[in-house]
Design a protein around this ligand. Structure first.
Ligand code: HEM
Length: 408
């Protein structure tokens, strides 16, 4: 039986409230109890969003090819399609906004650069960058661990892989922060401006690589574009944008949330210090316990679709909460327990299905180098403020702190 539901009996609108941002788990526990899918309204875009919170349902949604990631398949007058403006549309032509066969073609173009073997070859370079950053940190008595360490590491790595000059990195941070976490006050001006600057910057850099090829990902993509049928100019810009955003806004919070989890579980921290070989399984638990990507990106119903008895009307948005799924007691016994040796630990912090995170091997490598070196070099590492004073970021896509003040 298909049901139409105008509003869910319980309101989950406080998903965006600052208290929920600091700890979304109680709300997600209620949501998992309530229904397989509940409706909320995104306060920023004033857009209805259907949220899936149980583990099994999240996996099911992510393998459900009826839902699309391609906005052009939605009716002209649907809200998600109307909201597109030219600047953002140009940046949004990438694999995470595409269905097969475009998705397959785009992903294949870069997948070789992100295989575990290719990524493993970056180990010496990632270690060197980590060491250099820690030298800088050690010179100070206390720092914001995010801006001094967790952020510059992945940003430097992805910028080097792409071939973006180091001196441009600060500008990227401004743009990508705005684009990934738009302010909730409804003013789209700064967002559009950042999108436009980003676009112009990359057009320029691509031209440089065309006339002066180098051994980097940007040159490889430019040459794929020149072959005509493999990659359009728009898709090339979209690809760069996606890789940069993904490389800027995710691993920083894996390191941040991971260190935060260790500091509030001293016995687990001690275990890891005594046995650094546990780092790989510890990183998996960090991903499950407070993964940096709280919800998936949007999927849409190209026509009225039923999901677990609920009609998702044509043109409306559906997402899965990965954080909620990774705390589903049906899948993870005692989900609130942070256990760096948890086994099995089939979390979905990197998503699931055809859009499973391309950068997962890179993120895992970076965290498994950064965290042990940090603990080794700063044996007295501790929070420099009360836990309650920590501020968490707005928005439900990225889960992380604004700052992580530590002393050592
Ligand atoms: C801890 C760090 C990271 C986490 C938790 C993470 C998480 C995710 C998730 C959940 C998705 C799927 C979203 C969806 O289905 O809606 C995704 C996709 C993606 N991620 Fe990551 N990510 C991380 C780091 C990275 C890095 C470092 C890169 C590359 C530099 C990257 C590149 C991508 C790309 C290209 C996709 C799209 C894949 C596709 O559409 O086929 N990610 N990521």
């Amino acid at each position: 039986m298909m049901r139409r539901m105008n509003s869910s009996p319980a309101s989950f609108q406080e998903l965006w409230a600052p208290t929920t941002r600091a700890n979304p788990l109680p709300l997600y526990a209620r949501m998992r109890q309530e229904a397989p899918v509940v409706r909320v309204v995104d306060p920023y875009f004033k857009l209805p969003v259907w949220v899936v919170s149980r583990y099994k349902d999240a996996v099911e949604l992510l393998r459900d090819s009826r839902f699309t990631k391609d906005q052009s398949k939605l009716p002209e007058d649907s809200l998600p399609r109307q909201m597109r403006n030219d600047t953002m549309a140009a940046l949004n032509r990438h694999m995470l906004m595409a269905d097969p066969p475009d998705h397959t073609r785009l992903r294949t173009l870069v997948s070789k650069a992100f295989t575990p073997r290719r990524v493993e070859a970056l180990r010496p370079r990632v270690t060197a960058i980590t060491e250099r950053l820690l030298d800088g940190v050690k010179k100070q008595g206390s720092v914001d661990l995010l801006s001094a360490f967790a952020f510059p590491l992945p940003v430097t790595v992805i910028a080097e892989m792409l071939g973006v000059p180091a001196e441009d990195q600060a500008r990227f941070h401004e743009w990508t922060t705005l684009i990934v976490n738009p302010p909730l006050d409804g003013d789209l001006g700064p967002l559009r401006a950042a999108g436009m600057q980003f676009l112009l910057y990359f057009r320029d850099l691509m031209e440089k690589r065309r006339s002066d090829p180098r051994d980097d990902l940007l040159t490889a993509l430019v040459s794929a574009e020149e072959q005509g049928d493999r990659l359009t100019t728009e898709e090339l810009v979209g690809m760069l944008f996606l890789l940069l955003v993904a490389g800027h806004e995710t691993t920083v919070n894996l390191i941040g949330n991971g260190v935060w989890a260790l500091l509030r579980h001293p016995e687990q921290l001690e275990r890891l210090r005594k046995n650094p070989a546990l780092i790989e399984s510890a990183v998996e638990e960090m991903l499950r316990y407070r993964g940096p990507v709280e919800t998936t990106t949007q999927r849409w119903a190209p026509q009225d679709l039923e999901f677990h008895g609920q009609v998702i009307p044509q043109g409306e948005t559906i997402i899965a909460s990965l954080l909620a799924a990774d705390h589903d007691p049906e899948q993870f016994p005692e989900p609130e327990r942070f256990d760096i040796t948890r086994e099995p630990n089939r979390h979905i912090a990197f998503g699931f299905g055809i859009h499973f995170c391309l950068g997962a091997p890179l993120a895992r490598l970076e965290a498994s180098i950064a965290i042990p070196l940090l603990l080794e070099r700063l044996p007295q590492l501790r929070l420099a403020v009360d836990e309650d004073a920590l501020q968490w970021r707005e928005g439900i896509l990225v889960h992380g702190m604004k700052q992580l003040p530590v002393a050592f």
